[in-house]
Design a protein around this ligand. Structure first.
Ligand code: NAP
Ligand code: MG
Length: 497
């Protein structure tokens, strides 16, 4: 049952002073056109603020500021230990302001406050801290050449990086790119998603407070086809690093081709397979992971285990447990600290997910959920939804729904499970449960995905790379590998006399 909102968070929300301007060259500014768009909370439809609707003129201003900062070396050429100190300070400030950032995230995109507080904000701080700690420990290389030549292989910052991020983990997705890019010495033009601009706007001020020089981090709010496209097509931006849908990722590739062949990094969609085999020794844990893997964050997860592939002998036992979890995870008020399933990001996305559910009813058997909830609040809520007897060819098995909608497919044995798992245009994540190490190893090798979970799902740490095979993307976020995206490799030959 939905409990009344925790008075604390609801009251604190009333007192928030919400900034909606963009941040260019160290200042909060309106769009040059003076245009704004409404920022509406999906919790209850309340109006939060007006956000600057930037376009090409503003991206030009931000890119010019970023270029000036990069060229004069105020950040790109300072000692790595100095960049480290500033980024560590930023991590501290994120923690110091955790309540405010968590509240902004929850109000803006509807995730439960308990998740914003326990996951989003701490992971963002940890990400900045981790790259800060890394940057003064990275060494370059010397090649094994003849004795009278010295060939060095050095990493240099790329220059001006465009960063375009989605709304499902607004601050973490930004941090995964900003932290290594800034640590490496780049200047940034960041565009948050129009549905979730508020924490990125706030982060800009915290970065300035931490000592990041003006012009190094610019936040340009606005719509994808205006501000986002202008970043993609800009001729003085050296790389664009994108997280979002596969469809928009393909636009980003086209913009790069049409403009200056800027470097492109893409973290795109998924339709991840989560396999439970008949020799899994802990069906309780597997079922809980399967339920959490699709219902966590309202299913608005790139790596959601949205295709559950069950071995026939354990199918009934697992389904019973999953339905039990689904019943216990009804949507609640995101400002209530006990809520596990919050609001969908906005009305448009809610309608999109409901269209998929309507389609699913034609293609498969609806076992639970399938309806909107809490309509009286004026917010956007969808019940945890499970479809059974799904064909892997069905739309709900092939297309990314990005909502709390699970498609269950029954198979006979590991080989059929692997085959079906790999029959997807995506390859972001995959999971497999078995107590037989041979089966487990065979499956982890055969699954075409950037991240494979064995006897777990959604394990995560900044120390490991994240990204996709196939149309789930190009390149990797997180870990030391992320530096590959934000640096150019330079070979220098020095002939000695
Ligand atoms: P989206 O619609 O592709 O938007 C992502 C970002 O691109 C937003 O900032 C958006 O701006 C911008 N954009 C839209 N059209 C653009 C254009 N023509 N040119 C340049 N930029 C444009 O994705 P979303 O709905 O926000 O997020 C959900 C998607 O992100 C899912 O597909 C999910 O799988 C993916 N995702 C992937 C990962 C990963 O690591 N692989 C992680 C999280 C999410 P506006 O919002 O202002 O239009
Ligand atoms: Mg919003």
């Amino acid at each position: 049952m939905n409990k009344p909102a925790n008075p604390n968070w609801a009251a604190r929300a009333q007192q928030l002073n919400i900034q909606g301007k963009s941040f260019i060259n160290g200042q909060y500014v309106s769009a040059a056109s003076e245009k704004t768009f409404d920022c509406i909370s999906p919790i209850d439809g309340r109006h939060l603020t007006q956000v600057a609707a930037c376009d090409q003129m503003d991206v030009d201003r931000a890119a010019a500021a970023a270029r000036a900062a990069f060229n004069d070396g105020r950040w790109s050429r300072v000692h790595p230990s100095k960049r480290k100190a500033v980024l560590l300070h930023l991590a501290d400030l994120i923690e110091k302001n955790a309540d405010e950032l968590a509240l902004l995230e929850t109000l803006d995109m509807g995730k439960p406050i308990r998740d914003s507080l326990s996951i989003d904000i701490p992971a963002t701080a940890r990400c900045f801290r981790w790259y800060a700690e890394a940057v003064d420990k990275l060494y370059d290389e010397v090649a094994p050449t003849a004795h009278n030549v010295l060939a060095t292989i050095t990493r240099e910052p790329l220059g001006v990086c465009g960063v375009i991020v989605p709304w499902n983990f607004p601050l973490i997705m930004a941090a995964w790119k900003l932290a290594p890019a800034l640590a490496a010495g780049n200047s940034i033009v960041l565009k948050p998603a129009e549905q979730s601009s508020l924490t990125a706007i706030r982060l800009a001020a915290l970065a300035a407070e931490a000592g990041l020089p003006d012009g190094v981090l610019n936040v340009v709010t606005g719509l994808g086809h205006e501000a986002g496209q202008a970043i993609g097509l800009h001729r003085d931006i050296d790389g664009v690093f994108f997280t979002g849908s596969t469809a928009v990722g393909k636009y980003i590739l086209q913009y790069a081709a049409q403009s200056n062949m800027k470097k492109v990094g893409l973290e795109c969609g998924g339709k991840s397979a989560h396999i439970i085999l008949d020799d899994c020794g802990d069906l309780d844990a597997a079922a809980e992971a399967a339920a959490f893997g699709i219902f966590f964050n309202q299913g608005e997860m790139c790596s959601a285990g949205s295709r559950l592939i069950l071995d026939a002998p354990i199918r009934d036992a697992v389904m019973e447990k999953i339905l039990h979890f689904a019943k216990g995870m009804q949507p609640g008020d995101p400002l209530d600290p006990t809520t596990r399933l919050g609001a969908m990001v906005d009305k448009t996305h809610t309608e999109r997910v409901m269209d998929y559910i309507a389609n699913g009813k034609q293609e498969a058997e609806l076992l639970i959920g399938g309806r909107q909830a809490r309509l009286e609040t004026g917010g956007c809520y969808i019940e945890p939804t499970v479809f059974d007897k799904v064909s892997n060819k069905a739309r709900i098995a092939q297309e990314e729904i990005f909502g709390p909608v699970l498609a269950v497919i029954t198979v006979n044995g590991v080989d059929e499970a692997i085959q079906i798992a790999n029959e997807s245009i995506y390859g972001l994540a995959a999971g497999v449960w078995s107590d037989n190490v041979n089966t487990l190893y065979k499956a982890t090798r055969a699954l075409k995905a950037g991240v494979v979970y064995a006897n777990c799902y959604d394990a995560d740490d900044i120390t490991t790379p994240f990204g996709g095979y196939k149309q789930s993307g190009i390149g990797r976020d997180k870990s030391l590998h992320a530096f590959d995206k934000y640096t150019e490799l330079k070979t220098t030959w020095l002939k000695l006399r």
